[in-house]
Ligand binder design. Structure first.
Ligand code: GLY
Length: 354
């Protein structure tokens, strides 16, 4: 079992991230060691409940089963989770446990952040995307009709339990969407200022087949590397005042694609990969990189056979990008590559984009 730690500030206690391949039935007792009270509210994704509910061993009364899909990360479910917490009479010593992908983690985390001004929560990510991104770093949120994640808070979990066994049953499209967030780290690695040199692009290039066939030992190293990079960033800039924005590489266009297709047609990772391709083209057009680096990026992306995005109307994409919480003063903020594994923030007018 690997044990990483996140230390946000001198005032706050560090929290552990466990990465392991132990039996799923052992998780509950491991989680129990991180609880202060004797009650838990488990927010669990419906798919995970069907596959692993019995093995996990939480009672029906403790569980709030959340349907799958981004549209479930809404006000109504947030309200229902809080109502369930009140019905269960959770106190400030008790905890919420999120078991599932990013949707379960984000909404459960936001409920934990706001219930009685904040109670403990534990993340058990079961998708690749949640393992490498959303379960680490304390971003919690719900969506509104105005956009994704527009209501939320930065609120760190007490512990994160990553069990590789969940990834065995993840459907192929969900697995690939996680890989979309994984490849992002290749292009931002040096900008993360992680003390350890991971050479992530070499690792990905040398292990593509094992990654695609879900070799668990390879995935364990892959997840560990992504998390080390993410921890490095989050520890330097929890609240996304500067450095953390680099984690949005590929997301400016990616979020716009998701939004104008109503979060239905493409997954988050598919949209982010398209956003990464676009960021490379834009950087080349602006003379920030040469074509060889763009070819290098295209070659890596091709190896994973990501789903192609059909051409979407530029005016709608622009409109959506302006609404994004990353844009300011009518300008659209992009994270663009400037050298191998190095990115920078660039603020552009609408007419400088397409
Ligand atoms: N998902 C990007 C971040 O956590 O900042």
């Amino acid at each position: 079992m690997l044990n990483l730690e996140v230390k946000i500030s001198a005032k706050e206690e560090a929290y552990p991230i466990y990465i392991e391949q132990d039996k799923i039935e052992n998780l509950k007792s491991k989680i129990a060691k991180h609880l202060r009270g004797n009650k838990v509210l488990v927010v669990i994704s419906e798919k995970v409940e069907k596959l692993y509910g019995k093995l996990l061993g939480f009672s029906k009364e403790e569980k709030f089963v959340l349907k799958d899909g981004e549209k479930e990360k809404n006000f109504n479910n947030y309200k229902k989770i809080l109502e369930k917490a009140f019905e269960m009479k959770l106190t400030r010593k008790d905890a919420i446990i999120a078991i599932g992908g990013g949707v379960a983690g984000d909404i459960a985390g936001f409920a934990a952040a706001t219930y009685m001004r904040g109670i403990d929560y534990i993340q058990v990510p079961t998708t690749l995307l949640a393992c490498v991104d959303s379960s680490v770093g304390g971003k919690t949120a719900i969506d509104t009709s105005f956009g994704k994640n527009l209501i939320g808070s930065f609120y760190q979990p007490k512990a994160v339990f990553i069990n590789l066994n969940f990834l065995k049953t993840l459907d192929e499209r969900q697995f690939k969407t996680g890989l979309g967030e994984v490849v992002k780290y290749i292009f931002i690695e040096k900008s993360c200022f992680c003390k350890e040199e991971l050479n992530f692009s070499n690792f990905i290039n040398e292990n593509t087949e094992k990654i695609l066939s879900r070799n668990l030992n390879t995935l364990e190293i892959l997840i560990e590397s992504c998390i080390k990079l993410k921890i490095a960033v989050v520890e330097q800039d929890e609240k996304e005042l500067g450095l953390r924005k680099i984690l949005n590489f590929g997301h400016t266009l990616g979020h716009a694609i998701e939004k104008i297709t109503n979060y239905k047609k493409y997954t988050h990772g598919e949209a982010v990969v398209e956003g990464i391709r676009f960021a490379f083209k834009l950087a080349e057009k602006r003379g920030l990189i040469d074509k060889n680096y763009r070819f290098f990026a295209d070659d890596i992306l091709k190896k994973f056979y990501f789903r192609q995005i059909t051409k979407l109307p530029e005016n709608k994409l622009l409109e959506a990008m302006k609404m994004d919480k990353k844009s300011a003063d009518g300008k659209i903020i992009f994270i663009l590559p400037i050298d191998y594994s190095i990115v920078k923030e660039v603020s552009l007018n609408s007419d400088e984009i397409f």
